[in-house]
Design a protein around this ligand. Structure first.
Ligand code: GDP
Ligand code: MG
Length: 162
């Protein structure tokens, strides 16, 4: 099965999407010590597409000074192991310098990218989704992981990337 890594800065909604993608299936938590400690993976499905979804980051308990470096290392390792990178930003916040940092890691990898503007429900969300074009990772998919909106577009993008 192809591996899809969900990448992005904290709080954009990666785990919310991951949980929705794997549904009632069990998430396997990778508890190897070090940077991969908070990595979770599980068998996911969008329509008729089946893949292994990888959720990244967490690291809430990491000490401040090492946080950025460890998140970068974990993200790079997840990108390396992925067939497709699902890059997520927050449509309600718009593109931040931290988003640009993670986007650069994705761009450098040369992996196929599906760009997701999450929290796009409602008028303000949809307007904010247009800001994601600035990342230079292609056309954003307006998604609401929490409310289950935009999954037909996500299905189309994944089928094109696979
Ligand atoms: P992560 O740090 O990227 O894994 O983000 P989480 O999945 O933990 O979500 C961070 C916050 O965003 C939580 O409070 C979620 O409930 C909220 N959230 C996630 N998806 C959506 C969405 O589609 N719309 C809105 N409005 N909030 C969302
Ligand atoms: Mg999370």
């Amino acid at each position: 099965m192809p591996v899809v890594a969900i990448i992005g800065r904290p709080n954009v909604g990666k785990s919310t999407l991951f949980n929705r993608l794997i549904g009632k299936r069990i998430a396997l938590v990778d508890d190897r010590p070090g940077v991969t400690r908070d990595r979770r993976e599980g068998e996911a499905r969008v329509g008729d597409i089946e893949f292994v979804a990888v959720d990244t980051a967490g690291l809430e308990d990491a000490s401040e000074d090492s946080l950025a470096g460890r998140m970068t290392a974990q993200t790079v390792s997840a990108i390396e192991g992925a067939d497709i990178v699902l890059f997520m930003m927050d449509a309600r916040v718009g593109v931040t310098p931290e988003d640009e940092h993670f986007a650069n890691l994705v761009r450098r990898s040369g992996k196929p990218v599906v760009l997701v503007a999450n929290k796009s429900e409602g008028k303000e969300g949809l307007a904010g989704a247009y800001d994601a074009f600035r990342l230079g990772l292609g056309d954003p998919i307006a998604l609401s992981a929490e409310h289950g909106e935009g999954f037909a577009d996500l299905h189309l993008a994944l089928s094109e990337a696979l």
